[in-house]
Design a protein around this ligand. Structure first.
Ligand code: BJW
Ligand code: ZN
Length: 298
């Protein structure tokens, strides 16, 4: 009698996640892969700037532990209380100005300079300006959630940058010199747009329920479409909870990319659905990213 086939436990295994293949921890296999990668995409989150002393959003010590996102980072919150929202962003602006790019920002910027935009595109959710200050070439850095240092109108397309934006910030930092006493910012202190004369000025960042900047999305799309393949997807310091940013990880996977995640938290296979061919590097971005990118050949 032929031996009976071994029982098939695969449905039990996949239902429970038991024995699910785990992502690799091997730095050397990652570096070998990166050295032959032609196209690398990366998604950068708040954890990249955490070693520079800036707060993340979720998790321990995150901004949303102290503040309610719905009260600060939605268009409805700004309509309700623009002074409160501006106070929050003025503080974030001060913290970002005082911070310095860390070794991870610098390593990514160096790779971008070395490889060129055809070979390496960074999609950043960060608004803090640290990647720019690290020397990341602007054409290779796409700011998905805007920029803490620009200001825009709530009603028209008017945008203020550089000195024009700084002037507005100065006026907000010294709320109505005439209004004696209270140092707190008030609704009437928020300047109106000089172009349409009616909209209030606001930080040029992307809040929940707002569309992402069209030009940024379309330039990312063009980069993705420029070739049928993406070889590597770096996912650095993000909880991967916010869409559409997180969807780029799946887009890269569909184009064949192997994914490398850097995060201080323990691997959450469920969220990112990492597979055997992927990597998970648990630890601080400022330590791991320079190591990961150090041996790569242009
Ligand atoms: C380290 C570390 C170290 C720490 N080293 N690692 C239901 C389901 C799915 C989607 C939706 C839904 N309901 C609504 C949506 C859509 C919504 C969304 O995604 N919501 C989810 C939260 C559920 N998205 C939107 O609304 C977007 N717009 C949109 O969809 O528009 C549609 C539309 C079309 C047409 C017309 C109108 C509308 C907009 C999203 C905008 C997000 N904005 C914010 C604020 C920006 C300004 C600001 O900074 O204040 O962006 S929210 C906040 O989250 C910020 C961040 O960029 C973003 C992502 O956060 P990130 O970077 O992942 O940070 P954390 O804190 O979450 O994670 C940090 C990680 O680092 C952690 O994992 C740490 O462990 C790690 N770490 N130290 C390495 N040293
Ligand atoms: Zn306007």
């Amino acid at each position: 009698m032929p031996p009976s086939p071994p029982p098939d436990y695969s449905s039990v295994i996949s239902a429970t996640g038991f024995l699910r293949p785990r992502a690799s921890r091997s730095l050397s296999t990652f570096q070998s892969h990166l050295s032959v990668s032609v196209r690398t995409l990366s998604l950068l989150g708040a954890g990249l700037s955490a070693p520079s002393g800036l707060q993340t959003f979720r998790g321990l010590g995150g901004l949303w532990r102290t503040y309610d996102a719905k009260e600060l980072s939605t268009p409805a919150a700004f309509e309700r209380n623009p002074a409160l929202v501006w106070t929050f962003y003025l503080e974030r602006r001060r913290a970002a100005r005082a911070a310095h790019p860390n070794k991870a920002h610098k390593a990514l910027a160096e790779m971008a300079q070395r490889v060129g935009v055809e070979g390496f595109l960074a999609i950043s959710m960060n608004i803090d300006g640290l990647s720019e200050r690290a020397g990341h070439p602007p054409e290779a850095l796409k700011l998905l959630h805007g920029n803490l240092f620009d200001i825009k109108c709530t009603k028209c397309e008017h945008i203020l940058q550089g000195d024009a934006a700084d002037e507005v910030i100065q006026s907000l930092e010294k709320p109505s010199a005439e209004s004696s006493g209270s140092p707190a910012l008030r609704r009437e202190d928020i300047p109106k747009c000089s172009s349409c004369q009616s909209g209030l000025l606001r930080p040029a960042v992307v809040w929940f329920n707002e569309p992402l900047p069209f030009e940024t999305l379309s330039s990312i799309y063009s980069w993705i479409q420029a070739s049928p393949t993406i070889d590597t997807m770096l996912v650095i310091g993000t909880s991967a909870e916010v869409y559409p940013a997180t969807a780029y990880i799946e887009v890269a996977r569909q184009k064949g990319a192997r994914i490398a995640v850097v995060n201080v938290e323990k691997e959450d296979v469920g969220l990112l659905a990492l597979e055997e061919q992927d990597w998970y590097f648990e630890g601080h971005a400022a330590v791991l990213v320079p190591e990961m990118l150090s041996e790569t050949v242009a």
